[in-house]
Design a protein around this ligand. Structure first.
Ligand code: HEC
Length: 168
């Protein structure tokens, strides 16, 4: 097989040069529009880059949360602490078993999801639950200022124990 010969680009370049020589005005116009095209592409690239940076800043906390490891072992003591916080702060909406059937749930436009059926990690990592509890979402209140980090991990250990006890 013979290697492909680069005849086409050479011919094109020659033709372009001929055209430029024959019609300098036309050539200048074309040059100008080529530069404009370049500027437009650069603008689009810059805009795309800005959007990417914006998105990653916006989701940075969530991304970081996804890789945050629960520092508190799922011990009976932690689960018991989580249970008592849950009974104090969360049961009104989420119900004692986390099924989304608390007394206040009926008045909510959308019932909270069943916490005993939360997907296990790595689909729904502990860190993301911690993020949800800390920052809230729609009608779910944010607990960042009300609960300490350790309170939140205890709650998560309790919530995880709901799934275990409901599959048994
Ligand atoms: C005022 C009622 C209310 C209270 C109180 C409340 N929640 Fe929620 N929670 C909700 C609602 C509603 C949602 C669903 C939010 C959505 O996705 O729109 C939710 C969602 C969640 C989720 C995310 C579930 C998912 O599938 O994304 C977690 C985890 C959670 N709540 C934990 C808690 C914990 C822990 C507490 C107590 C510290 C608590 N909630 C207190 C109403 C409440």
């Amino acid at each position: 097989m013979a290697a492909p010969t680069p005849t086409v680009p050479i011919i094109r370049r020659d033709t372009d040069r001929d055209l430029l020589r024959q019609a300098p005005k036309h050539g200048r116009l074309e040059l100008r529009s080529a530069t404009l095209g370049n500027v437009k592409i650069k603008f689009l690239l810059a805009a795309g880059l800005l959007v990417c940076i914006g998105l990653s800043l916006y989701y940075a906390d969530l991304l970081k949360a996804a890789f945050t490891v629960n520092p508190i072992p799922k011990s009976p003591e932690s689960i018991a602490r989580g249970k008592s916080i849950f009974e104090r702060d969360c049961v009104v909406c989420h119900g004692a078993g986390g099924h989304g059937d608390g007394v206040a749930a009926a008045s909510l436009p959308a019932r909270p999801k069943d916490l005993s059926k939360l997907a296990p990690p790595p689909i729904f990592p502990d860190g993301v639950i911690a993020y949800r509890i800390a920052n809230g979402k729609n009608l779910m209140p944010a607990w960042k200022t009300m609960l300490s980090d350790n309170d939140r991990w205890d709650l998560i250990n309790f919530i995880r124990s709901l799934a275990v006890s409901s599959t048994k």
